[in-house]
Write a protein of this length. Structure first.
Length: 257
C-alpha cells in the first residue's frame, strides 16, 4: 500500500529506543526524511545510520523551554519543510500516590505534556504550510485510571485533551491532529516492569510476563512496529478524514467506550 510519504519530512521525539525507534523505522521505510530527537546521542546516531533515508540527529531535552523552537528551526534549516510531528517523548514514574513527590509530578508533566505542547506550537506554522499532521503517542492510562499510575494517567489525559483541542483548530488551519494510545508494548520499559514483578514474587521472568498478560486480559503484548505502522497510516493521505481520532492499540485491554 503506497502511503505517498516519500520525500516528506517528519520529527520523531523519543526516537532513540522502543516505540519511538520503531516509528522512525516505519516512516523511513515509507521514504520519509526524519529528524530524530532524544537525549541519547549514541542511540540516535546508531538509528540514523540504519535508516534508508536521510535523517538529522537532534540531541535535546524537551523539558527545556527553548528546545522545541530550536528543534523546529534546525528541521527547517536542514530540510526546508515539515510535514509531520510525532510526539512520543516522555515517561512517568509509577508508585503510591501518597509517596509521589512534587518533583516527580513536575517532571512527568514537563516532558510529556509541556514538551509536546511546545513542539506543537513551534511546528504549527510549518505544518499549516504543508497541510501536515501531528500524531501524539499517549497511552491507555489516560482513559482508564489505576492506583499505581497517578502521574502517567493524569499526564496522558491532558495530552489526549490537547489532541482534541488542536484537532479543533486544525480543521480551519488544515493540520490533522490525532493520537494513539498504546497498551502493553514489548519494550525495555515493559521488560523492566516484568523483571521487577518476577523479583518481587520470586518467579521466573517468563512466568511473570504470562501472568501480567493474563491480569491485563490480553492474548499477548504488542510490538513497537505495530505502533510505528499505525503512525505511518495516520500521517498519510489514506487517513485524511481522521481528525481528533484517538486510537487504542492495546490488544483489547481497554473495554470501556
Amino acid at each position: 500500500m503506497d502511503l505517498r510519504l516519500a520525500g516528506k519530512v517528519g520529527i520523531v521525539t523519543g526516537a532513540s529506543r522502543g516505540i519511538g525507534r520503531a516509528i522512525a523505522q516505519s516512516l523511513a521505510a515509507e521514504g520519509m526524511r526524519l529528524v530524530l530527537v532524544a537525549r541519547s546521542a549514541e542511540q540516535l546516531a546508531d538509528l540514523a545510520k540504519r535508516l534508508p533515508t536521510p535523517s538529522l540527529v537532534q540531541v535535546a531535552d524537551l523539558r527545556q523551554e527553548d528546545a522545541a523552537e530550536e528543534l523546529v528551526a534546525a528541521t527547517i534549516d536542514q530540510f526546508g519543510q515539515l510535514d509531520l510531528l510525532v510526539n512520543n517523548a516522555g515517561a512517568t514514574v509509577r508508585g503510591d500516590f501518597l509517596k509521589l513527590t512534587d518533583t516527580e509530578w513536575d517532571d512527568g508533566f514537563a516532558l510529556k505534556f509541556f514538551g509536546a505542547m511546545r513542539c506543537c506550537r513551534a511546528a504549527w506554522p510549518y505544518l499549516q504550510q504543508s497541510q501536515g499532521s501531528i500524531v501524539n503517542i499517549v497511552g491507555i492510562g489516560g482513559r482508564t485510571g489505576s492506583a499505581e499510575f497517578a502521574i502517567g494517567g493524569s499526564v496522558n489525559a491532558a495530552v489526549l485533551n490537547l489532541t482534541k483541542v488542536l484537532a479543533d483548530r486544525g480543521i480551519s488551519d488544515g493540520v490533522r491532529v490525532n493520537a494513539i494510545n498504546p497498551g502493553a508494548i514489548a519494550t525495555d520499559r515493559l521488560q523492566t516492569r516484568i523483571d521487577k514483578s518476577a523479583s518481587d514474587q520470586g518467579i521466573a521472568k517468563e512466568e511473570a510476563a504470562e501472568k501480567l498478560a493474563r491480569e491485563m486480559k490480553i492474548a499477548r503484548f504488542g510490538t513497537p512496529t505495530e505502533i510505528g505502522d499505525a503512525v505511518a497510516f495516520l500521517a498519510s493521505f489514506r487517513a485524511a478524514y481522521c481528525q481528533g481520532s484517538i486510537i487504542d492499540i492495546d490488544g483489547g485491554q481497554t473495554r470501556t467506550l
